[in-house]
Design a binder for this molecule. Structure first.
Ligand code: NAP
Length: 452
C-alpha cells in the first residue's frame, strides 16, 4: 500500500487526491487530505465570490472525491504547528503533496499603503467569505468612494461585491456580519484602476461583462484612457480574451453597453494607464490615492509621464495578485513565491527530494482558473506514481492520524465537516435565510464536535 498525504483541500489538493485514487498504475493508494481549517474546498469555499453560485457548485464535485472510501479528510491540522514538520510528515506517509496555494497578497510598495482603510483584496474576500482568520475585520464602508487597484478577476470580484445591492447577497451563504455591513454601505463610487491599458488587463470577459449587468449600478469608462491604448489599432494581434475585453470596455466608453438606468445608485468607474504612487491620508486614514499617468512603452509595458491625478477614496483595496508563503522545512523560491520543483517533484538544492511533491499555485504561481489545477495535479501524480516502488519500500507509521493526535492536533474528520454543514443550515434557518456560513474558529470547532 502507498499512503499519501495531500496538504490542502482546495481544488489542486482534491484533484491530486482524485488522480491518485483513479488510476490503475499503482493499486492500493490511500490518501489523507489534510487542511489547516476544519472545512474543505480551500478557495472554492473561501475565495470564489458568494454570488458566483455556479462556480461554488464545484464543491459538489470535490465532495465526491473526499467521500471516496480511499480518501480521508483530516481537517483542523496545520502543517508547521505542534511539531508537524515536513520531515515528520514523511515519517507518517510514503509521500506528501503540498497543495497549499498562495495565501499572501502582493504589496504595492508605495507610501501610505498601511494607512487605516487600505486593505488587501484578500482580506476583503476572506471577510465576505467567512474565513475564520478574518472574523474581526471591519472595512470603512461609510465613505462614498472606494478605489480598487488592479484589473484582474479578484479586482472585478471585490468591485462587484461593493457595487451590488446587499439584498442580492441575502440568498447566498455570505456571513450575517458582512451582509449587515454591506447593507449599510454608503459607498457610491467604486474606481477600478489598471496601470496598463484594457488590452493588457487580466480579467476575463464573462466576469467583466457581469459588472455591466448589476442592478442599480452603472459602469463608466473614460474615452481619454482608451485613446492611449494602441491595442485598439490592431486588436487582431491580441489573444481572444483581450480582444473581447476591448469590445466590452469600448461599449461602455461610448455608452452603448449602458443598458442600465442612468439614475443608478452606484457608479463603477473603470480607469486605465494610472499607476499608484502614494496613498494620501487624513488623520491617519486613507483619503485619496495619487496616481501617475502612464503611457505605453511600445513593448507591452508602460512608462510614467510625470503627470499625476488623485482619486478620492475612504477605502482602498489592493488587488494586485497573490504570492506563495514559505513553509518552514520546505525549500522556497522567494522571487517567484513557489516551491522549486520539476514536474511536481520538490527540488532541494536542485535535486528531487524523495517523497515530496507540489501541485497548484505553490507549484506554478497564482495563475489560471480552477480547471487549470486538473492537468497540474495530474502531472505531479504522474511523477509520484513513477517513484512509487521506491517510496513504498520505506516504513511509515501504521496510524498517521493517531500520530497527529499524539502531537496535540485535534483532527476534524469528514463527519465533523458534515456536522458543520448542518450547523450552517440551522444558522440560516434561524436568520430566515438559506445556509449561512459560520465565520469564527470557535463556532466551526464547536459545530464539528456536535456530531450527528
Ligand atoms: P492577476 O490576474 O494577476 O491580476 C493582478 C492585477 O494587478 C493586474 O491587473 C496587474 O497589472 C495588477 N498589478 C500588479 N502589480 C501592480 C502594481 N504594483 N500596481 C498596480 N497594479 C498592479 O491576479 P488576481 O486578480 O489576484 O487573480 C489571481 C488568479 O485567480 C487569476 O488567475 C484569476 O483569473 C483567478 N481568479 C479567477 C476568478 C474567476 O474566474 N471568477 C476570480 C478570482 C480570481 P499588470 O498586468 O500590469 O501586472
Amino acid at each position: 500500500m502507498l499512503r499519501v498525504a495531500v496538504v490542502g483541500s482546495g481544488p489542486s489538493g482534491v484533484y491530486t487526491a482524485q488522480s491518485l485514487v483513479q488510476q490503475s498504475v499503482v493499486p492500493g493508494v490511500r490518501v489523507d487530505v489534510l487542511d489547516r481549517l476544519p472545512c474543505p474546498y480551500g478557495l472554492v469555499r473561501y475565495g470564489v465570490a458568494p454570488d458566483h453560485e455556479k462556480i461554488k457548485s464545484l464543491q459538489q464535485n470535490l465532495r465526491v472525491v473526499l467521500e471516496d472510501e480511499r480518501v480521508g479528510f483530516v481537517g483542523n491540522v496545520e502543517v508547521g504547528a505542534r511539531g508537524l514538520t515536513p520531515a515528520r510528515l514523511l515519517e507518517l506517509y510514503h509521500a506528501v503533496v503540498y497543495c497549499v496555494g498562495a495565501a499572501r497578497d502582493r504589496r504595492l510598495g508605495v507610501p501610505g499603503e498601511d494607512l487605516a482603510g487600505s486593505h488587501s483584496a484578500t482580506e476583503f474576500v476572506s471577510w465576505y467569505s467567512a474565513h475564520p482568520d478574518a472574523v474581526g475585520h471591519g472595512f470603512p464602508l461609510d465613505g462614498r468612494s472606494a478605489v480598487v487597484i488592479g484589473v484582474g478577476n479578484v479586482a472585478v470580484d471585490v468591485t462587484r461585491i461593493l457595487a451590488r445591492g446587499a439584498d442580492e447577497l441575502r440568498a447566498t451563504d455570505v456571513p450575517q456580519g458582512a451582509l449587515t455591513a454591506l447593507a449599510a454601505s454608503r459607498v457610491r463610487e467604486v474606481h477600478m484602476v489598471g496601470r496598463r491599458g484594457p488590452g493588457q488587463a487580466k480579467f476575463t470577459t464573462k466576469e467583466l461583462r457581469e459588472l455591466g449587468g448589476l442592478e442599480g449600478a452603472r459602469v463608466e469608462v473614460e474615452p481619454a484612457d482608451l485613446a492611449l491604448d494602441p491595442s485598439f489599432a490592431d486588436p487582431a494581434a491580441l489573444p481572444a480574451v483581450n480582444r473581447r475585453n476591448l469590445e466590452v470596455v469600448r461599449g461602455w466608453a461610448t455608452g452603448a453597453g449602458d443598458a442600465v438606468a442612468q439614475e443608478a445608485a452606484r457608479r463603477i468607474r473603470l480607469r486605465f494607464f494610472l499607476r499608484p504612487v502614494e496613498l494620501l491620508g487624513e488623520d491617519g486614514r486613507v483619503a485619496a490615492v495619487r496616481f501617475e499617468r502612464t503611457e505605453p512603452d511600445g513593448a507591452g509595458g508602460v512608462r510614467g509621464t510625470g503627470r499625476y491625478e488623485e482619486i478620492e477614496a475612504q477605502l482602498v483595496l489592493r488587488a494586485v495578485g497573490y504570492k506563495g508563503i514559505a513553509l518552514s522545512g520546505l525549500p522556497f523560491d522567494e522571487a517567484r513565491g513557489v516551491v522549486p520543483n520539476e514536474a511536481g517533484r520538490v527540488l532541494r538544492d536542485g535535486v528531487p527530494s524523495a517523497g515530496e511533491y507540489v501541485a497548484g499555485w505553490i507549484k506554478r504561481g497564482p495563475t489560471g482558473v480552477i480547471g487549470t489545477n486538473r492537468p497540474c495535479a495530474k502531472e505531479t501524480v504522474t511523477s509520484l506514481l513513477a517513484d512509487a516502488a521506491e517510496l513504498s519500500a520505506r516504513p511509515v507509521t501504521a496510524d498517521p492520524v493517531g500520530a497527529l493526535r499524539d502531537l496535540g492536533h485535534e483532527p476534524v474528520a469528514w463527519p465533523g465537516w458534515l456536522s458543520i454543514e448542518r450547523a450552517e443550515s440551522a444558522l440560516g434557518v434561524s436568520l430566515g435565510r438559506g445556509r449561512v456560513k459560520i465565520p469564527d474558529w470557535a463556532g466551526l470547532r464547536a459545530a464539528a464536535r456536535e456530531g450527528p
